[in-house]
Design a protein around this ligand. Structure first.
Ligand SMILES: Cc1cc2nc3c(=O)[nH]c(=O)nc-3n(C[C@H](O)[C@H](O)[C@H](O)COP(=O)(O)O)c2cc1C
Length: 181
């Protein structure tokens, strides 16, 4: 049994989540590796998939969307989990009174329902305004006055929640009837 944890990350926060998920799965005895989506070779060599992306403007990064679209047949055929790293801060309720994980759920999750994922998860992410801007939106944001930039700054990744997610993947893969080979 080999699990691929494939991710798209602009500034590294999502890469860190993917690495942690792969390490945690591997610690259970199931082979797992974390690979950036554009570097994945031979998707069909894996027996299960965890695919995640940073969320920008409510969407997965285009590299992640491209990956799932190109490999839909393999992903739909085997156990698949989805995750995103998005909301910033620690508030569980957003400024409109909604569950922050619901309001930060990327539109991509609905579009990927056709692949019948076992589960999906939204994790808190990280934001460092000192990191060099990548892409037009971030470059424009850097030009705005500090008072207009309202994103919470810091690393809000919840390692306990991330570990619990990895443990759910392990449990599902080791459940009776799908014993790892
Ligand atoms: C310009 C910008 C736009 C963002 N838009 C969203 C968004 O629409 N929804 C969301 O949940 N998070 C949003 N975020 C937060 C990022 O998804 C979060 O910082 C993520 O952890 C970044 O991951 P990365 O370091 O792997 O790129 C945004 C961050 C920035 C800097």
């Amino acid at each position: 049994m080999r699990v691929l944890v494939a991710y798209a990350s602009k500034h590294g926060a999502t890469a860190g989540i993917a690495d942690r998920v792969a390490e945690r799965i591997a610690a259970s005895g199931i082979e797992a590796e974390s690979v950036e989506v554009t570097k994945v070779r031979n998707v069909s060599d894996y027996d299960a998939y965890v695919v995640g992306s940073a969320v920008y403007m409510s969407r997965w990064m285009k590299e992640a969307a491209r990956f799932v679209n190109s490999h839909g047949d393999d992903l739909a055929d085997k156990p698949l989990w989805l995750f995103s790293s998005g909301p910033l801060g620690e508030d569980l309720i957003d400024d409109k009174g909604r569950d922050v994980f619901e309001s930060s759920r990327p539109k991509d999750f609905d579009e990927l329902k056709a692949l019948s994922p076992v589960d999906e998860r939204v994790f808190f992410g990280a934001y460092d305004p000192e990191a060099p801007a990548k892409g037009m939106a971030e470059k424009l944001m850097k030009k705005m006055p500090a008072s207009a930039r309202t994103l919470p700054v810091g690393d809000f990744r919840d390692w306990d929640a991330i570990d619990a997610f990895a443990d759910e993947v392990v449990d599902a893969l080791t459940r009776e009837g799908s014993t790892p080979v």
